[in-house]
Write a protein of this length. Structure first.
Length: 355
């Protein structure tokens, strides 16, 4: 009798690695079903989806039964739940839940997320008017009775990573201040994946900065003595995880394209900072932010050799075509510094948002 019971248990319950989430190597999905019953499978046709701020995107997710040709068995209502995985994978943020005619979206996803439902087995999620915070990995979970399965889809955004430190100088931001600093400059704190992609594209920066997972890292493409040693290999250097309240570093921010016009204001004279702010307002715009000059430079190829004020009180200029007297060695957003706002005179970069 004991042997028979053991065989029955083997036929109704098994565990297997999740096929669509290779990054969660230790995760196991427990399936429970009647012997010879339908096995629920959830599949994402693409593991990565690419989009940009302000765009619309569909995160693919479909569900099937291995032993039936229909989407559902008909005996239970199907529940679809979308969540966003956090950087440490220990927490999930609710995005959207659907069961029958009931629908609910959460947080800043409200009014922006819907199920595509192009067929009975389509659980794909549509996200409209993408914002920078939407970047990340999403989990599609389908539940029917005792059966459930999941698939994970990554949403990547086209954009640019840039290092940032305030007027006070390097290593003056705790983690929370770093988050606010990025938001103030029309960006969000970058993830490790975003910094890694930026490093692969050539970003080289010797100052360590916060990332969204609470780690402190910096990218080196040209090893040298002051940056870990000239005999080390190129890579993203990791300082590890530090106290978010007490430890102080710079920050790496991420921004994407914008819905507006970035431009250098043609003005008859150079301006103090306050005069620059007023000049942009008079032109129907606002003084531009650091994230906006980086986005214009990287994504639009904006090139101007005139140094100009930005909203944080810094002075910079974007060079896409290196030339004599204008960043001769590399394309970059050149940093002049944080001059005296009351006495130093420069041009100004403005930003006019489109309605």
């Amino acid at each position: 009798m004991k042997s028979l019971l053991f065989l029955v248990l083997i036929s109704v319950c098994w565990a297997e690695p999740h096929p669509d989430n290779s990054s969660l190597e230790d995760e196991r999905i427990i399936h429970i079903q009647a012997e010879n019953g339908p096995r629920l499978l959830v599949v994402a046709e693409q593991a990565k989806i690419f989009s940009h701020r302000g765009g619309n995107v569909t995160l693919p997710c479909k569900f099937y039964h291995e032993h039936t040709s229909t989407a559902g068995s008909g005996t239970h209502k199907i529940r679809v739940k979308w969540t966003k995985l956090t950087s440490d994978y220990l927490k999930e943020v609710d995005v959207f839940v659907a069961m029958g005619h009931h629908r609910k979206s959460y947080g800043n996803y409200q009014g922006r997320v819907f199920l595509r439902e192009s067929s009975e087995n389509d659980a794909s999620l549509i996200i409209k008017n993408i914002i920078l915070e939407d970047y990340g990995r999403y989990k599609c979970e389908v539940i029917e009775g005792l059966e459930d399965d999941t698939a994970v889809v990554a949403l990547n955004l086209e954009g640019v990573v840039f290092p940032y430190s305030p007027r006070l100088g390097r290593y003056n931001l705790n983690f929370h201040e770093a988050q606010r600093a990025c938001l103030d400059q029309d960006s969000v704190i970058a993830s490790f994946d975003q910094l890694y992609d930026a490093w692969r594209s050539g970003l080289d920066w010797c100052n360590a900065g916060w990332l969204s997972d609470g780690s402190v890292q910096y990218p080196i493409t040209k090893p040298r003595e002051p940056c870990g040693g000239k005999n080390t290999v190129p890579g993203v250097r990791n300082y590890g995880f530090w106290d978010k309240d007490k430890s102080r570093y710079d920050v790496f921010c991420f921004t994407s394209n914008f819905n507006g016009r970035f431009y250098y204001l043609i003005h008859p004279t150079k301006l103090t900072y306050d005069e620059a702010v007023q000049a942009c307002l008079k032109d129907g715009a606002q003084i531009a932010k650091v994230g906006q000059i980086f986005a214009a430079w990287k994504l639009l190829g904006y090139d101007r050799c005139d140094a100009g004020w930005l909203a944080d009180g810094s002075v910079r200029y974007p060079i896409s075509k290196p030339r004599k007297r204008c960043s001769p060695n590399e394309a970059a957003v050149r940093f002049v510094g944080f001059p005296d706002k009351k006495h130093k005179l420069y041009g100004v970069y403005c930003f006019r948002a489109y309605n």
